[in-house]
Design a protein around this ligand. Structure first.
Ligand code: HAM
Length: 421
């Protein structure tokens, strides 16, 4: 039986790489323009890190982590990037050296979800975290930067959804009040929500089940539980977003699936049919208590992560794959050695070059050069070897001339419009 890959974990084949790279490099440019620096943390962490930060009663921790014992350790393939970044921030005592830290990351994450379009078991996130800045201006700046990034990669019709669930105390008081309210109506709730009533009542707020929706209509709003400071923070975020000219929708039901959030929550959605119901491409929010809870100093933080696969589904940016500059075609055994030397010279000068030394005939070699989209073909046969020349064929212009073999690498660079190096 032929081998197959793991369900929900995809190969990214060379034909798709140009689009991946275009999005990744646009993300890097956007983040670095905003003063963010790249951090790379391990793909494996201690399971306890995710349990403590993401929360025991979240879907991610309850049922989506790839965890396994190793020696005395319990390890988990990271389901997201924030916990690892926070752990590294605490472990390397970054707060001692800088009051504000701006980090970004790109890489694979792992969640044992049911695979479907836009939802995979290995997926990639492009994310960022700002640690050390408590103010609402920072929240608005981050959200606005994201909108600009999505514009830069051609994601159409993005909407920004925001909410605040208040600081940690507000969150706890609200969760209690919501539980009290819904407990009396438990028999009318969906099974999943009845279970969540005991473990994580806030998650009921974003249930799509009509039975839950009906009960939630009269539920107390979180705003009734917010402290003056929480309210001022949220008003600040909205005012700064308005000043930046970034439209947003306040969505009081937005709670997000990870337990570490405090105050600002946001999601960016793209109106793109191919994304289906899960049209959220970016999610994020504040997590002002996590660093302290992981044993670090009391440092407020906010961040986001975009799913790269979802960005690629949503992006309408035309991207051209790279072309090979020169296809080197030796005709006959004697030409193979000089062809290898010439390819090496071409590469040293900065031209990409592929040699086909399989001994194929001229016609089939030129067909391959065309199929590869090569810009030039260099043909070397016995006659050229004797004359110390090569035939340089321009595959776009369909012209051909003999040039000295020793000058071929420089001439190719010139004809490519690059200065010879
Ligand atoms: P999240 O909402 O769990 O947040 O994930 C962020 C984004 O990752 C989602 O909006 C989606 O685009 C993508 N994503 C999540 N799961 C999958 C999946 N199974 N397949 C494909 N894409 C997926 C976080 O992960 C937080 N760490 C974000 C954050 C950073 N909050 C603060 N800082």
């Amino acid at each position: 039986m032929a081998v197959v890959g793991v369900k929900g974990m995809n190969d990214i084949l060379p034909a798709e790489i140009a689009r991946w790279r275009a999005v990744e490099s646009a993300f890097r440019v956007s983040m670095e323009l905003g003063g963010f620096r790249e951090v790379r943390t391990p793909h494996l962490e201690h399971t306890a890190l995710f349990v403590r930060s993401i929360g025991e009663s979240t879907d991610v921790v309850e049922k989506e982590m790839f965890s396994f014992p190793h020696g005395r350790d319990n390890l988990t393939l990271r389901p997201e990037g924030t916990a690892g970044a926070a752990r590294a921030y605490v472990e390397h005592r970054i707060a001692n050296n800088e009051p504000v830290t701006r980090w970004y990351y790109l890489g694979p994450m792992f969640r044992a979800e049911t695979p479907q379009r836009g939802r995979y078991r290995q997926f990639h996130q492009a994310g960022a975290e700002i640690l050390g800045d408590p103010g609402p201006a920072c929240d608005a700046e981050l959200i606005d930067g994201l909108v600009r990034f999505l514009q830069a990669i051609g994601v159409p019709r993005v909407t920004v959804h925001i909410n605040s669930i208040g600081s940690g105390d507000t969150r706890t008081a609200y969760a209690r009040a919501l539980r009290d309210f819904l407990e009396g109506r438990a028999s009318d709730l969906s099974e999943e929500s009845r279970r969540r009533l005991a473990t994580n009542p806030l998650r009921i707020l974003d249930s799509k089940d009509p039975r839950d929706q009906a009960q939630l209509v009269h539920a107390p709003p979180v705003s009734a539980f917010m402290s003056d400071a929480d309210r001022a923070h949220f008003e600040g975020v909205k005012a700064h977003l308005s000043a930046l000219g970034t439209p947003f929708v306040v969505d009081p039901r937005l709670v997000r699936g990870l337990d570490y959030y405090t105050r600002t929550l946001f999601e960016l959605k793209a109106d793109k049919e191919e994304l289906g119901a899960g049209n959220t491409i970016v999610g994020g929010g504040r997590y002002d208590r996590m660093i302290e809870e992981l044993g670090g100093p009391s440092v407020p933080a906010i961040g986001f992560a975009a799913g790269v696969e979802r960005l690629l589904i949503a992006s309408e940016l035309p991207v051209q794959g790279p072309r090979i500059d020169v296809f080197v075609a030796p005709i006959g055994e004697a030409a193979v050695g000089p062809a290898l030397c010439l390819a090496r010279d071409l590469r040293a000068a900065g031209s990409s070059a592929e040699v086909d030394a399989r001994g194929a005939g001229m016609k089939s070699l030129l067909r391959r050069a065309n199929n590869l989209g090569a810009r030039f073909a260099v043909i070397l046969g016995d006659q050229e070897l004797a004359a110390g020349t090569v035939q340089l064929r321009d595959l776009d212009g369909r012209t051909q001339d003999a040039v000295p073999m020793a000058d071929a690498a420089r001439i190719v660079q010139e004809r490519l419009g690059r200065s010879a190096s």
